[in-house]
Design a protein around this ligand. Sequence first.
Ligand SMILES: Cc1ncc(C[n+]2csc(CCOP(=O)(O)OP(=O)(O)O)c2C)c(N)n1
Length: 648
Amino acid sequence: MLYTVDIFFVNLSKFFSSMQNKNKQLLYTINSPSDLRKLPKKKLPQLCDELRQFIIEELSTNPGHLGSSLGAIELTVALHFVYDTPNDLLVWDVGHQAYGHKILTGRRDVFHSNRKYKGISGFPNPSESEYDTFTAGHASNSISAALGMAVAALQNKEYDKKVVAIIGDGSMSGGLAFEGLNNAASVPNNLMIILNDNHMAIDPVNSGINQYLLDITTSKTYNRIRYELYRALRKLGIINEAGKAKLQRILNSLKATLTHQSNIFEGMNIRYFGPVDGHDVKGLVRILEDIKDFKGPKVIHLITKKGKGYKFAEEFTTVFHAPGKFNKETGERIDVKSGENTPPVFQDVFGSTLLELAKVNSKIVGVTPAMPTGCSMNIMAEELPNRCFDVGIAEGHAVTFSGGLAKQGLIPFCNIYSSFLQRAYDNIIHDLAIQNLPVVLCIDRAGIVGSDGATHHGAFDIAYLRCIPNVIIASPYNESELRNLMFTAQLKNNGVFAIRYPRGVGYQYDWQQAMSEITIGTGRCLKEGEKLAVLSLGPIGNTVEEALKTIDDVAHYDMRFVKPLDKKLLDVIAKKYTKIITIEDGAIKGGFGSAVLEFMAEHNYCREICCLGIPDRFIEQGSPHELYTEIGLDVVGIKNTIAKILKA
Ligand SMILES: Cc1ncc(C[n+]2csc(CCOP(=O)(O)OP(=O)(O)O)c2C)c(N)n1
């Protein structure tokens, strides 16, 4: 009893001291950016510190994207201080760096629900807040979207409306970003682009654009002098906007002559300012105030440190991009998956199998668009660095580049997350399938991914690949099947061979078995039964297996291939069963179940068929378990469906 009373008082005193802290903190006085704009400028560094601590504290127990948000704190505070948000529009690229933005725009008190089921989204989401101006999650779209808004502002005669795109150097490597820049140079607009350069994507980057940005960073003194010269001349009234453009051109040619290097942005007639220290909040406010009213498109190039202000995140940048739970004092990560006591994550099975195959087959190469750690291709890159290519955040290019490699006799294993592969649709059709090129498309994160939510669920790949001729689509039941499919794919020229597998841990401890060939287009019967047949595709079949443990007389088939379908097996099934359920971790419309329905219709089988999968709506964030429960793909949901069909 005494003990309980003790705990009560300890908790009470903790509660009061946290209330006192909150009362002392500036952050708790900011309920919207208009509160922020009332602060004196000198208070902004304090606000940045508090915001940073808030994010570290919160993310240590409620996982999310840490490093990028910490690196963008000063920028976020400066933007909301200078711009009249939400009337002015901020467009965040990817949006994983926008936690500070969420907290300052009225979501501080619900931030504990970040990325949780029914909570707030981990990315800017216009249906969540008027401050989130555009869907974010996939990289490199901010310049195009913001340019559209900036052009619309002029068309709508909203001449005071400002539009700002905020893009990282990693996302700047995407082709879409360049398409936006190219267009920004040719259409009337007053777009502001903030290039947040931390020399990192998730992994370190060494692309052409990054090398280039590093080079202009080193010509810092020149840019600084030039900016100060503009300022002084403008203050003295010696130069106006038109004169400034002329002066800029003269200085640019002078600089190009002196340094043998021209500025890519200025070469496109987009004014360039920088490089600027992205962690000096007062300096940022000053430069934004100075140039926000300049006409025409402009870029400010910020230099920032990913993970800024949290030493573990600064040091172990890739790990702390999205570290999961961690001990805030020691930096130790908690609950790390794929340990000795769990089966491996599928991505690690992919990574180590690729290395194993590549050591035997010298034609194999790996291609990844900026996800070497994310897909575990780093396992191969460490041993065979010359045979792995990180091509930047450029999925379309990754596919076409793989096509080129394949055309010259190599066997590329091109690994792309399902939702990001959407970016490369035409490349798959035009650059691979028409030529029947042997590229192994390893589609990671296929199916429900969990807390990243609607932009990241790998829902559509089966549907969008199934209609393309010359494409094989397979999904392994478990880890050893993944290995067998990868082994099969490199044995001979099969054209495009897509292998889809999910995020997260698999099912086998003894997964590293000798590999064997799987006959393309064959499924298998896992359990006999008379009353009904369940046809599953991929690892979701393990949930079916679990559900069937307590149900008698229901058969289970692991179909393995969506294309080509195992027609022989389907004939047997159609002849034996009148009731069939298809189950897939993908969109129902156009997916594996649709393929089975097409088969039945083509062959005049009139059967009662129920298709389970991801329904025809966007699924928000949550744990995979919560989301599978919501859409009836958990053990209970599958059992309920079977019971309903058996009763009917
Ligand atoms: C189209 C697409 N491909 C890949 C990703 C995965 N991804 C998320 S953040 C990120 C790195 C972004 O780097 P950068 O823009 O420099 O931002 P930073 O994290 O360094 O702040 C990548 C590759 C994505 N979100 N979208």
